[in-house]
Design a protein around this ligand. Structure first.
Ligand code: ZN
Length: 63
Protein backbone atom coordinates (compact mmCIF):
# COMPACT_ATOMS: atom_id res chain seq x y z
CA UNK A 1 0.00 0.00 0.00
CA UNK A 2 1.55 3.28 -1.06
CA UNK A 3 1.69 5.79 1.73
CA UNK A 4 2.29 9.32 2.79
CA UNK A 5 6.05 9.22 2.26
CA UNK A 6 6.21 7.58 -1.17
CA UNK A 7 6.08 10.70 -3.29
CA UNK A 8 2.48 11.66 -2.77
CA UNK A 9 2.04 15.36 -3.35
CA UNK A 10 -1.21 17.04 -2.42
CA UNK A 11 -1.19 20.73 -3.13
CA UNK A 12 -1.97 23.08 -0.26
CA UNK A 13 -3.78 25.30 -2.70
CA UNK A 14 -4.98 25.26 -6.28
CA UNK A 15 -6.05 27.95 -8.70
CA UNK A 16 -9.78 28.53 -8.80
CA UNK A 17 -11.19 27.64 -12.21
CA UNK A 18 -13.97 30.19 -11.83
CA UNK A 19 -12.21 33.35 -10.66
CA UNK A 20 -8.47 32.65 -10.83
CA UNK A 21 -8.06 33.11 -7.08
CA UNK A 22 -6.50 30.68 -4.64
CA UNK A 23 -8.44 27.74 -3.30
CA UNK A 24 -6.96 26.57 -0.02
CA UNK A 25 -7.08 22.93 1.03
CA UNK A 26 -9.57 22.31 3.81
CA UNK A 27 -9.05 18.57 4.06
CA UNK A 28 -6.31 17.36 6.39
CA UNK A 29 -5.17 13.96 7.56
CA UNK A 30 -3.45 12.89 10.76
CA UNK A 31 0.09 11.62 10.24
CA UNK A 32 -0.89 8.13 11.31
CA UNK A 33 -3.85 7.97 8.96
CA UNK A 34 -2.64 9.15 5.53
CA UNK A 35 -4.88 9.49 2.50
CA UNK A 36 -5.43 6.58 0.14
CA UNK A 37 -6.61 6.42 -3.48
CA UNK A 38 -10.29 7.25 -3.62
CA UNK A 39 -10.10 9.77 -0.81
CA UNK A 40 -11.52 13.20 -1.54
CA UNK A 41 -9.55 16.41 -1.07
CA UNK A 42 -11.61 19.56 -0.68
CA UNK A 43 -10.52 23.09 -1.51
CA UNK A 44 -12.32 26.34 -0.73
CA UNK A 45 -11.78 29.45 -2.83
CA UNK A 46 -10.87 32.46 -0.71
CA UNK A 47 -12.24 34.82 -3.34
CA UNK A 48 -15.55 33.37 -4.56
CA UNK A 49 -16.05 30.71 -1.85
CA UNK A 50 -16.56 27.95 -4.40
CA UNK A 51 -15.69 24.50 -3.15
CA UNK A 52 -13.71 22.05 -5.26
CA UNK A 53 -13.52 18.36 -4.45
CA UNK A 54 -10.74 16.33 -6.01
CA UNK A 55 -10.59 12.55 -5.80
CA UNK A 56 -7.14 11.08 -5.35
CA UNK A 57 -6.35 8.31 -7.79
CA UNK A 58 -3.52 5.82 -7.89
CA UNK A 59 -1.44 8.08 -10.12
CA UNK A 60 -1.17 10.58 -7.29
CA UNK A 61 0.67 7.95 -5.29
CA UNK A 62 3.41 7.10 -7.79
CA UNK A 63 6.95 7.64 -6.57
ZN1 ZN B 1 -12.92 31.38 -6.95
Amino acid sequence: MPGWHTGLVIADRIVCVDCGGWCHRITHWPEDDPPVPGDTVAYRCSDCSDRWDLVLDAEDFDD
